[in-house]
Ligand binder design. Structure first.
Ligand SMILES: NC(=O)CC[C@H](N)C(=O)O
Length: 358
C-alpha cells in the first residue's frame, strides 16, 4: 500500500493510504453525509474542483456499475466522467459485490486519474469542516501541489457542452441551459411529453422559440455565470415558464436582482428536510450545494418557495405572479428520494397553461 496525505489549509495533516490514482490533487474539501450513491455523486458535474469526504464509513463495497444508455445519454451516471478532484474515505472495501457491478471504485478512479485516500478518521475530519467551514486542501502523493480555490474559476465553462443537442419528441419545447446538468434531469424530462433542446451555459437561448426554460445545476460560484444571468434577465422580462434547480435556482435569484452567499459547509446528502412555504408540509430531499440565495435580498415580487429545516436557508424561490420557480435541492435526485419529482409535472403544467392562455 502506498501512503498519501490529506492536507487542509488550516495546517491539519492526515496520513492515509492511496486508492484510485496515485497522484496529487488540490481543491475545496467538502463532506457528504449520503450513505449511498457514489457512482452518481462522483459523476455529478456540480462536484467539479472538490475533494469529497464521505462520512459513511465503508465505501466501495457495491463497486461501480457498467455503462448503459438511455436514449443517447447515460442511464446510470450523471455525466460521462468523474468530476470530483479527489475522494476521502474511512474504510475502502477492496472487494465489491453487486448484481450490476462492472468494476471496483479504485479501478474506476484510476481510469480518470483521480486520487483517493482511505484510512482517514472521517468523523474527526468532518467535525473540523463543520466547525471551521469547508476549506481548501490537497491530497499529496509524491509531488507536492499548491492549494487552489476552484470557486475562483469559471467551472461551469469547463463542464458545459460546447454544442446544442436535441432529445426526444413531445408537445412541449423545453430549452435546458446546461451549466453542468445531471443526466437524471434529462431523463426526467424525456419521461414526460417533451422535446428538449440542451444548450451551452453561455448560449443566447432567447433566440429560440421555446415553450419553457430550464436552468440546470452546476459547479462553483453562481456569480461566475454572467453570460447566463444576462440571457436570463431577458427571459424574466417575458412570461414563459422558467424552472431552475440548484445552480439554476441561484442564477434565477441573481438575475432577479437578489444576492447569493457561500454557506459555511454546504448541504450534501440525500436526507435534507425542506418545508414548502405557507404550508406545514415537509419533504426529504437530495442536496449538493455550497452557495445559497439570500432571501432577504430578493425583490418584492419574489418569495421563498422552500426553506431548509436544518438551518433556515433558502431552498427555492418563486415569482409571485409569473410562472418562474426554482429549487435549491434536487427533485430529480439520483441518488436520493423521489418525493419532489412532481415539480417537473408542475413545471410542464405551467407550460401547458401558458400555451393555452396564448
Ligand atoms: N448542485 C449544484 O448545482 C451546486 C450549485 C453551486 N455550485 C453550489 O455549490 O452551491
Amino acid at each position: 500500500m502506498k501512503q498519501v496525505k490529506l492536507v487542509l489549509e488550516d495546517g491539519t495533516e492526515i496520513q492515509g493510504e492511496s486508492f484510485g490514482a496515485f497522484t496529487s490533487t488540490a481543491g475545496e474539501v467538502v463532506f457528504s453525509t449520503a450513505m449511498t450513491g457514489y457512482p452518481e455523486n462522483l459523476t455529478d458535474p456540480s462536484f467539479a474542483g472538490q475533494i469529497l469526504v464521505l462520512t459513511y464509513p465503508m465505501v466501495g463495497n457495491y463497486g461501480v456499475p457498467g455503462e448503459e444508455l438511455y436514449e443517447s445519454i447515460s442511464k446510470i451516471f450523471e455525466s460521462d466522467k468523474i468530476h470530483i478532484a479527489g475522494l476521502v474515505v474511512n474504510y475502502y472495501s477492496e472487494e465489491h459485490s453487486h448484481w450490476n457491478a462492472a468494476k471496483s471504485l479504485g479501478d474506476w478512479l484510476k481510469e480518470y486519474n483521480i486520487p483517493g485516500i482511505f484510512g482517514v478518521d472521517t468523523r474527526m475530519l468532518t467535525k473540523i469542516l463543520r466547525e471551521k467551514g469547508a476549506m481548501l486542501g490537497k491530497i499529496v502523493a509524491e509531488e507536492d501541489v499548491e492549494l487552489h480555490d476552484p470557486n475562483q474559476d469559471n467551472l461551469v465553462a469547463q463542464v458545459s457542452p460546447t454544442e446544442v443537442k436535441h432529445y426526444g419528441h413531445g408537445q412541449h419545447k423545453i430549452v435546458l441551459v446546461d451549466c453542468g446538468t445531471k443526466t437524471n434531469i434529462i431523463r426526467c424530462f424525456l419521461q414526460r411529453d417533451v422535446e428538449l433542446i440542451r444548450v451551452p451555459w453561455d448560449y443566447d437561448f432567447t433566440q429560440i422559440d421555446y415553450d419553457g426554460l430550464f436552468l440546470s445545476n452546476g459547479p462553483g460560484d453562481p456569480k461566475m455565470c454572467t453570460a447566463t444571468i444576462g440571457h436570463l434577465q431577458t427571459a424574466l422580462g417575458q412570461d414563459k415558464p422558467i424552472f431552475g434547480i440548484c445552480l439554476g435556482s441561484q442564477l434565477m435569484g441573481l438575475a432577479a436582482g437578489g444576492d447569493t452567499f457561500k454557506l459555511k459547509y454546504g448541504h450534501r446528502s440525500h436526507n435534507q428536510p425542506v418545508k414548502l412555504t405557507g404550508t406545514q408540509r415537509s419533504y426529504i430531499t437530495s442536496q449538493n450545494h455550497g452557495f445559497a440565495v439570500d432571501t432577504d435580498t430578493l425583490p418584492a415580487e419574489w418569495t421563498m418557495l422552500f426553506e431548509n429545516l436544518n438551518d433556515g436557508t433558502c431552498e427555492g424561490i418563486k415569482h409571485k405572479t409569473k410562472p418562474f420557480f426554482s429549487t435549491q435541492f434536487h427533485p430529480e435526485a439520483a441518488g436520493g428520494p423521489e418525493d419532489t419529482e412532481y415539480l417537473f409535472d408542475d413545471f410542464l403544467k405551467a407550460v401547458a397553461e401558458h400555451k393555452a392562455a396564448k
